[in-house]
Ligand binder design. Structure first.
Ligand SMILES: [Zn+2]
Length: 245
């Protein structure tokens, strides 16, 4: 294939731009924030489980407190009822029975109030534990938001850069003849992105192979407008004043 030396040199610019595009793609998928968000996701899940356990424990204590409070209410009502009866009876036997029942109810009430205080203390402890885990959750959420913000900013920057590269590439590609451009695109696929390389100091800058013997002689003898290829990596070898041949 024939292409002017200038057109061949444009391939090198195209190749450099394509490498940058690939690097940008790699940068955008391997952002440190992606890994951080995955790790934060695990923290969010662990915190969610912790909060479930803590809230469950608090709920159990609240249920227990409700039971004790309702027991207290029942006993208080019975005491009030007995005291009322006491006011309205003159039977010595009844008075004795009621006195005795009131005494035992008051003992029961005292015990229940002791239990109530203990349960209230445990409720406070559980509430504090839930608050701690909720605080941790809020801190994790803030870190997630901050990391997402940074990630989005970096991605926006990369997208902007990609846009500029794409425009540059279009203007460079416009100066390359169709057959050479087609060849370049085909080599990009087979060469895994390496389609055109500068021959510098007899060495292919695509694969670092140094031309010797007949390969070197071929490169020397080929007319300047002849498209030649690296015998090792297959990329278009672009000869310039740096080629050393
Ligand atoms: Zn090569």
């Amino acid at each position: 294939m024939k292409a002017s030396s200038l057109q061949q040199k444009e391939l090198l610019r195209l190749q450099a731009l394509d490498i940058k595009v690939l690097q940008l793609g790699h940068q955008s998928t391997s952002l440190v924030q992606h890994a951080e968000l995955v790790a934060l996701g695990r923290e969010v899940e662990a915190n969610r489980m912790k909060l479930l356990v803590c809230s469950g424990e608090l709920e159990d204590v609240r249920t227990e407190l409700g039971r004790v409070e309702s027991d207290v209410e029942v006993v208080e009502k019975r005491i009030a009822r007995d005291e009322d009866r006491l006011q309205h009876t003159s039977s010595v036997k009844d008075i004795q029975a009621l006195d005795s029942e009131i005494a035992s109810l008051k003992k029961r009430l005292f015990d229940l109030e002791e239990i109530e205080i203990a349960v209230l203390e445990r409720q406070e402890e559980r509430e504090a534990a839930v608050a701690v885990v909720q605080g941790e959750r809020d801190a994790i959420r803030e870190r997630v938001s901050a990391t997402e913000l940074t990630r989005d900013e970096v991605l926006q920057g990369l997208t902007r850069e990609l846009g500029e590269l794409t425009r540059d590439r279009q203007s460079v590609a416009a100066a390359i003849p169709d057959d050479l451009a087609t060849l370049y695109e085909r080599l990009r696929i087979t060469g895994h992105g390496n389609a055109a390389a500068l021959l510098r100091a007899r060495t292919c800058s695509g694969c670092t192979m140094t031309l010797t013997g007949s390969d070197l002689a071929d490169a020397r003898q080929a007319p300047a407008d002849e498209v030649i290829f690296c015998p090792d990596c297959g990329a278009v070898l672009v000869r310039t004043e740096e080629s050393g041949i």
